[in-house]
Design a binder for this molecule. Structure first.
Ligand code: CDP
Length: 791
């Protein structure tokens, strides 16, 4: 028999840029040469410009709006008010969470920065100038800024627009088994508690939000270019809200300069621009300023959390109780699946095996901009992960155990997967102890006692913090997940052209994650066509199959899987055509990357490129011509990436200033499609986690003024502040993903904040400090030390 070595071998996976290779990002050629096309780059003939007037007050009745002076300003085409929109039934819109939100305020303003009126003008400068000429008379109402105050019986009702809304509660959900949890706590030797606040933060993408709405009055065609992470879902909702025929709406998301969850919701600016274009008959562009982005769109977190952990003296965890209050702002507007609304339920029990948990979470309306957006996380998973990882660290201290040993003792073991959590979810796969051990080895954990002691002699406090997180990504199985009724599957359409090149179109939409490279690598791996020969398209509803978009690290688990499946389907069709070309039976053919050959005669083969041409020119009778198809992938479960992060910090006792000495991140996202891109995703998330834990803070004064409306107040870490990260990996494939990949984009944002804070708390052990709320600023560290000293 001839051996395979004797024929001209097909390309290696490295040559075609298959899975597992750090192929350079294709899209970067365009980006680094200034060739990207962002929303601001789109300019259409006759285009007008929209600017929005925003409320200076957080809570007030609108008495009157006088726009006459603005209307007189040369170059102003129209002033749009809530009243004008109401005449067309557009003053209010549904949100992706099933609430309603004012497009332009008609009755009251409910947060500082809320949209009150819009000016459409010939230039953006005229539009901004005209805003100054609009006279709004407000009758101020008392603002409600704290969610716990908002939930008190005597708090003013913010959402009096909603029928039957008598207080400020926006939702209350629970998960787990209360009775079993009570029983677990009755058997505990100790109960360890933690009260903490995960502060309001903002995704702050480099590019703010915007759109160009082009409603052609002659053809009835609506083309809306917008910064959306989910263009298909937006198109459907626009059709429902505006009553436009969906087939006449085309939503195009061009290049997007960062999203991180900020570009999932529907913002009033999109709707006002679309309504203005519809009424005026010309394209209308709206581009948000930096401050507008920071005060009115897509806030995240703002969770007040209390948790109790029941433990035995030997370090066994018995149960968990959690109670949380979330500040949703004035409108419940983030995207949430209608079932399992609080995604925190998935991972709140962490990476640990114990039988009982009970979690209650309540959302409150306040006079703040809408919050709760999943900033680089899936539906409150970041808060859950932070809570459990802070809590287990404190539990170890209370039991006089090493925090690493405490985790090792309680980890879910590899043989327990698929693991059923006490809150009713199923983790797919994990090797938690292996990941932590690797991180401990990498960071030099065994040497920590010596390092701490040496630092002490130099007047420094050194601490080491661990976070062994599990998270849940890839929404989702459609039986459990929908957004506004739209089931959460995703899609891939693959066309192999006659010359053997291909185009792949997907329902997702990258905002910097490198999809043009990694999706091509997936298809290259399955078909043997070089990744460089595969064009990837996303974000145009006319030209891509339906999907729910990119957020919550769902692209790899959903569209990534769809790309694998459709490529495999086409490979089977290619087999039929190859058999015809080789005059062999299909069963006698074998596949190697890029080529079918006859079993036992490797020289008798045809390449995928030959087959592609034959699919259009020499296909067997009775076979449908062409080599293309589409697959909609409905994942059987979420994927559960995990990791262990270990941080070593030193704290200056005189000032409370702390700095990171070392940071090791061991991540496991199953099979890595492009290791370099995965590392980029992780490094970015670690930097964001560092920012949240150390410096970022959007707060409100008691009058409801938003403090943090510019980058002077809301700090973005530069490379100067950002610590160095040492990255490592373990690989535990997802058993249900066709190539074993799990999502990774948000892992580091989810996992790292607890590691940084745990490290500072560990350094402060001599003071007996168990919590400092984020951001752990030097001032807070210093104050905590003074308080501890004072006893
Ligand atoms: O949905 P999103 O793209 O934000 O998140 P993701 O699915 O975690 O993917 C982020 C980037 O990392 C994409 O370019 C993926 O293809 C890549 N990735 C990878 O190379 N290997 C994995 N196992 C997971 C993601």
């Amino acid at each position: 028999m001839t051996t395979t070595e004797e024929h001209a071998p097909g390309p290696t996976t490295a040559e075609i840029g298959g899975v597992g290779h750090s192929v350079k990002r294709k899209e970067d050629d365009r980006f680094i040469q200034g060739g990207g096309q962002y929303i601001e780059d789109i300019s259409l003939p006759g285009m007008l410009h929209l600017a929005l007037l925003r409320s200076p007050l957080p809570h007030a009745r609108i008495v009157s709006i006088d726009a006459s002076a603005a209307e007189q300003l040369p170059g102003v085409v129209a002033v749009v008010t809530g009243e004008a929109l109401a005449a067309h039934g557009l003053a209010w819109m549904p949100t992706l969470s099933g609430d309603t939100q004012a497009v332009l305020a008609t009755d009251k303003v409910r947060f500082q920065g809320q949209e009150v009126a819009g000016v459409v003008a010939e230039s953006p400068y005229i539009a901004w100038d005209a805003l100054e000429l609009i006279d709004v008379e407000y009758d101020p109402l008392p603002p409600v800024i704290n969610p716990k105050v908002a939930l008190a019986a005597d708090a003013p009702v913010i959402r009096d627009d909603k029928e039957g809304q008598t207080g400020n509660s926006c939702y209350e959900w629970e998960a787990g088994d209360k009775a079993a949890t009570d029983q677990a706590f009755a058997q505990a030797d100790k109960v360890v508690s933690l009260d903490t606040h995960y502060p309001r933060s903002h995704p702050a993408p480099l590019e703010t939000c915007g759109c160009v709405a082009d409603l052609n009055p002659v053809t009835g065609q609506a083309t809306i270019y917008m910064t959306s992470q989910a263009p298909h879902a937006i198109r459907t909702l626009f059709a429902m809200v505006a009553g436009l025929p969906e087939e006449n709406i085309r939503v195009v998301s061009p290049d997007i300069g960062g999203g991180f969850g900020n570009k999932v919701p529907i913002y009033p600016g999109y709707v006002v621009a679309t309504a203005a274009s519809l009424l005026i008959g010309k394209p209308v562009k709206w581009i948000e300023s930096r401050s507008e982005n920071l005060i009115s769109t897509g806030f995240a977190r703002d969770y007040y959390m209390h948790a109790d952990l029941a433990v035995k003296n030997d370090g066994t965890i018995l149960g968990l109780r959690v109670n949380m209050v979330s500040d949703q702002g004035a409108f419940y507007a983030d995207a949430q699946p209608s079932k399992f609304r609080a995604g925190l339920f998935h991972v709140v029990t962490g990476s640990y095996d114990y039988p009982a948990a009970h979690v209650v979470t309540q959302g409150a309306y306040t006079n703040k901009a809408p919050g709760g957006v999943a900033y680089r996380c899936s539906f409150r998973i970041t808060e859950a992960s932070y809570l459990i990882e802070r809590l287990v660290q404190n539990a170890a201290y209370e039991l006089n155990m090493d925090p690493a040993d405490f985790r090792m003792k309680n980890f879910i073991r590899p043989e327990q997967f698929p693991y059923h959590t006490p809150t009713g979810f199923v983790y797919d796969s994990g090797q938690y102890a292996a990941a932590l051990q690797k991180a401990l080895d990498d960071v030099g954990y065994a040497g920590m006692p010596k390092e701490k002691e040496e630092a002490r002699t130099e007047g420094k406090l050194v601490g080491v913090g661990i976070a062994s997180f599990t998270e849940a990504v890839g929404a989702g199985p459609s039986k459990d997940y929908d957004i506004a009724g739209l089931k959460m599957f995703d899609s891939a359409e693959l066309r192999v052209h006659p010359t053997g090149k291909a185009i792949l179109k997907l329902g997702t939409k990258a905002q910097g994650q490198g999809h043009e490279t990694t999706y091509a690598q997936i298809v290259a791996n399955e078909l043997g066509i070089p990744a460089s020969d595969i064009a990837v398209r996303e974000g145009d509803t006319d030209n891509t199959p339906y999907g729910l978009g990119t957020y919550a690290s769902r692209s790899t688990p959903t569209s990534g899987a769809a790309a694998v499946v459709i490529a495999r389907k086409l490979r089977e069709k290619a087999r039929t055509i190859a058999a015809h070309m080789l005059e062999a039976s299909e069963e006698d053919l074998e596949w190697e990357p890029g080529r079918f050959f006859v079993t036992g005669a490797p020289d008798r083969g045809v390449t995928i490129q030959d087959i592609a041409l034959a699919a259009y020119s020499n296909y067997p009778e009775g076979t449908e011509p062409g080599l293309e198809g589409v697959h909609y992938y409905d994942p059987p479960n979420l994927t559960y990436p995990f990791g262990s992060y270990v941080v070593v910090v030193e704290v200056d006792e005189e000032t409370g200033v702390w700095k990171v000495r070392r940071m090791v991140a061991v991540d496991d996202c199953g099979v890595r499609i492009n290791p370099m891109i995965v590392e980029g995703q992780i490094a970015g998330g670690l930097a964001e986690g560092y920012a949240m834990s150390s410096m970022q803070f959007i707060t409100f004064d008691e009058d409801g003024n938003c403090i943090g409306s510019s980058f002077a107040d809301y700090l973005i870490p530069t490379s100067w502040e950002t610590p160095r990260f040492q990255l490592d990996e373990t690989v535990t494939p997802s058993p249900h993903h066709p190539i074993g990949a799990k999502g990774v984009g948000e892992s580091a944002t989810v996992g790292s904040p607890a590691a940084y804070v745990n490290a500072v708390i560990d350094a402060l052990l001599p003071y007996g400090i168990r919590n400092i709320d984020m951001p752990v600023t030097p001032a807070r560290v210093w104050a905590a030390m003074q308080e501890a000293k004072a006893g």
